[in-house]
Design a protein around this ligand. Sequence first.
Ligand code: UDP
Length: 328
Amino acid sequence: MAKILVAGGAGYIGSHTTHYLLNQGHDCVVVDNLVTGYRHNVEPSRLRQIDIQDTPALSDLFAAEKFDAVLHFAASIAVGESTKIPQKYFRNNTGGSFSLIDAMLDSGVNKIVFSSTAAVYGTPAKTPITEDMPFQAESPYGESKVMVEKALQWNAQFAGLNSVCLRYFNACGAEPKANRGEEHIPETHLIPLVLRAATGVGKPVTVFGTDYPTRDGSCERDYIHVMDLASAHALALQHLLDGGSSRQFNCGTGEGFTVLEVIKAVEEATGKKVPHSIGPRRDGDPSTLVADSTRIRTELGWKSTRSALADIVRDALEFEPIRLQRAS
Ligand code: UDP
């Protein structure tokens, strides 16, 4: 079993993946600045409160602990915000990753699984999206990840640093039995907002546009359960530990659901109507983002086991009381 540094392990996807890796028997040390991550997501003995932009602090940690690999989740994630404060994204996401890569190279750790995004593709020329489609980011957020992916490719070629870039589609769901779920502040993601509207703890939902070329006019997305994403990380890690070379993989199920279909699924799960209205399109939203996930299925043997929309909604709903209690 391996010793893993998990950067951003107190956040949403990082904390679910850490939970998954610990259950597999790996040893994890979490590095997080706790700006958007939560102390309650990490056992105290595993947490090091360090900002990944602090290269000397990272180097000290690498010198003190003998890591086999790094999983890197630490990032700012709001596409909309990135169009207002681009430099926050280049500093935190690109600069932070470069700092982490520097510390890895200095200490001879040469395996990293990097959290990338479907936003690297921008508006794709065809759907479903395959990994060989070009980088066409349409936001500073997407570009901040493209820059890291490119640096990782060059470092693989010339510095012996092996990486797996996982391009997430729409992460969602929760692991309520481990007290983990989505706790973004502010929450901007569709599924938690629809759940809160249904249960009366949130405002009515605005559907951002119903004039897209989809089944019902609303945007179509590929929703992947956060624990299916965690298993993708575990497989990517194993690929590197087994001596595998650098790869890029889409992380999605291959099946898309529209905004109106998500609302219907929540109505079925809760037995309640979701108060909603139709609004204008949101800037930067492509009509359809659905992954071709053939590569990760065939090369890593990944399977989606929890990403049926009804299961995602049920798990997110079950986490709601835990979230509400913490927020109160
Ligand atoms: N969406 C919406 N109303 C909301 C939030 C999101 O209609 O209040 C739509 C959004 O336009 C997109 C989909 O829901 O088509 C998923 O959005 P989310 O912000 O959850 O993830 P993204 O696709 O931006 O990563």
